[in-house]
Design a protein around this ligand. Sequence first.
Ligand code: PEP
Ligand code: MN
Length: 339
Amino acid sequence: MIIVLRPEATEAQVNHIIDKVKALGLTPHVSKGSERTIIGVIGPEDILRVTPLEVFPGVENVIPVLSPFRLVSREFRKDDSVIDLGKGVKIGGKEIVVMAGPCTIENIDSLYEIAKEVKNAGATVLRGGAFKPRTSPYSFQGLGKEGLQMLREVGTELGMVTISEVMDSRDVNLVADYVDVLQIGCRNMQNFNLLKEVGATKKPVLLKRGMASTVKDMLMSAEYILSGGNFSVILCERGIRTFEDSTRNTLDISAVPVAKQLSHLPIVVDPSHAAGKWGLVPALAKAGVAAGCDGLIIEVHNHPEEAASDGAQSLIPENFASLMGEMKAIAKALGRNIL
Ligand code: PEP
Ligand code: MN
């Protein structure tokens, strides 16, 4: 951490700060320039994070040197993390993993039909919500445990990895009993108790970026999970709120390279919740692959007009299959592959 003092800081003020730094068990290194003095502080920065040095008289600015997220940072691990999702599927390596399925699990027959289609097209992970975070309390809230049972049954039958959202810390063990990957939805990205709870499990976690959160906020949330002992975290860019109203959210494509620079964790793109309209999904999905994402999570429904939720942004299986073909070509050009 570097403390930059004001040009008019007095000797007494500088000494007071030095004494404070030493009292905290840290080592100050003072550099006196012709204009102003700076103090480099060596030692665990966390101690200073809770001590607001900015308020000391004579201080102009306090600049942290280390990133506040430690375990998720590239400094902690230089190589990309590769996370084993089970059933032979790994994410974070050369292979781009495609997760697909309905927004909400509606019944076993439709889930099975959709799952067969997405599997045939090359998806290896089956998505389906059982606990749904709906804006309106009057909208369909999901099938709960019954939905999880259907997801497990279909996933086992087809040999697909399964992913479903957990919304409440009281349901973490229940959802973890049924699915291979726990999804934390964007509305819960900063539900720190829920993050601690999934951090205490051994299940891989897909952490979706909050709609009004920065990439760094997302990494701080991931840090909660890793610091709880669970290093199997996958980040997810799903669009953020901006003033643009042509799409449901704005896909922040730069989040992919930014997260890759700052962190060793894999990152997935969700073009469906970003676009909000199925016609825009293929372009955003392909942009995600081109930007270097490690996976995609895409909503697919065989009868979108009858879907219990997010039908407008769901691809029909035919369109999903042609998108897979296009994404494979882009992946190949970049030295990666899908399936
Ligand atoms: C979902 O994946 O169905 C979902 C609700 O996503 P998000 O949390 O990104 O809105
Ligand atoms: Mn959805």
